[in-house]
Ligand binder design. Structure first.
Ligand code: NDP
Length: 330
């Protein structure tokens, strides 16, 4: 039974040396507990934040302790009346091949309704984040222009498709021409901008959004946010969902440098933490599942195989190696 510990708090970009593999005993479930076998592990940009020793909405990881993330596991032994052998569950679990749980925070998932991995993406936290970020802050209206960064990722692909469902013009920003092709062809975005090959993002956004930007769904922060703000419309809304371009920076740029735009254009710019809306998760999942069934929504996954690959898959997020949700199959 292997586990992966956080060995060092990463300085800048995380490296494999920041993690340590350790062999531990396979536990036995006590009364009321289940023994879980890890099947699919979600690796997510936000985990980088938990590797810092900083107070946040969620506790930082402790050094020399297992990292945890969203995991789909199989119940292989049960001393709990709520779960039986063979059930699949989704929960915040530790990076271990086997672990016990008292069942708190575990949700059963039904592999016959959707592939198990989908419960970590389109029907999981990233799908819910896209849905609730738009609902709570974006407040999209038909005919508006929606701009989304990190457009080919887990959150971004769902944001863009919801924009199309709502009858908006949708423009996505991503890091390769292949990703731009995919967001247009597979996810039906109207336009795409490759930020890595575009010198002037402000101009490129202006050209792709001739009526300006009504809603900017920000997954990346930094200079792309600056370029989006230069194109934001009066009464625009900015969903501050993520800032991956800043996660590995040792110093954060000073701000707020968008204040005059916010005032002059009466723009709402709001931070958003999906965990604040847990009571709305079931309804969000229901809506996403309905759209999936109706073929209004689809998704991509990058599935890496092998427990030992978890740290590398996490690091690869910062190089954009994933298309859609990055998942490790154990
Ligand atoms: P993604 O699937 O979008 O993966 C990350 C992507 O970010 C990469 O594929 C890469 O694509 C892009 N990227 C990496 N570095 C940079 C950079 N320097 N500048 C611009 N883009 C970059 O991840 P998620 O969908 O899981 O998460 C998207 C965002 O949403 C993250 O910022 C995450 O922290 C945030 N989030 C927030 C939540 C909340 O409650 N507020 C909940 C869940 C996620 P490319 O090739 O295009 O560069």
């Amino acid at each position: 039974n292997k586990t992966i510990l956080l060995k060092n708090r990463p300085k800048g970009r995380p490296t494999l040396d920041d993690f340590e593999f350790k062999e531990i005993e396979k536990p036995s479930p006590k009364e009321g507990e289940v023994l879980l076998k890890t099947k699919y592990v979600s690796v997510d940009p936000y985990l980088r934040g938990r590797m810092r020793d900083e107070k946040s909405y969620i506790e930082p990881f402790q050094l020399n302790e297992p990292v945890e993330s969203g995991i789909i596991a199989e119940v292989i032994e049960s001393n709990s009346e709520n779960f039986k052998k063979g059930d699949y569950v989704n929960g915040m679990l530790q990076w271990k091949q086997f672990q016990t749980s008292n069942g708190k925070g575990l949700q059963k998932v039904d592999g016959s309704k959707a592939p198990l991995s989908a419960y970590l993406g389109v029907l999981g936290l990233t799908g819910i984040t896209a849905y609730l970020g738009l609902k709570k802050i974006g407040d999209l209206e038909k005919g508006e222009t929606l701009l989304v960064s990190g457009a080919s990722g887990a959150v971004g692909t769902v944001v863009g498709q919801i924009g199309k469902i709502k009858g908006c013009k949708v423009v996505g920003i991503a890091g390769t021409d292949e990703k731009i092709k995919t967001i247009k062809e597979k996810f039906h975005f109207d336009e795409g901008i490759n930020y890595k090959t575009t010198d002037n993002m402000k101009k490129a956004i202006a050209e792709a959004c001739p009526n300006g930007v009504d809603v900017y769904y920000d997954n990346v922060g930094g200079e792309i946010l600056d370029a989006a703000m230069a194109n934001i419309n009066y009464n625009g809304r900015v969903v501050c969902c993520g800032a991956i371009s800043l996660y590995n920076k040792t110093e954060q740029p000073t701000g707020p440098r968008h204040e005059t735009t916010l005032i002059k254009k009466s723009v709402l710019m709001q931070g958003f933490t999906v965990r604040d809306y847990q009571e709305e998760f079931p309804a969000a999942i229901q809506q996403l599942a309905t759209w999936l069934q109706e073929d209004k929504l689809t998704y991509s996954e990058t599935i890496v195989e092998g427990f030992d690959e978890i740290p590398q898959a996490f690091i690869d997020l910062f190089d954009g190696k994933n298309k859609g949700k990055m998942i490790v199959k154990v």
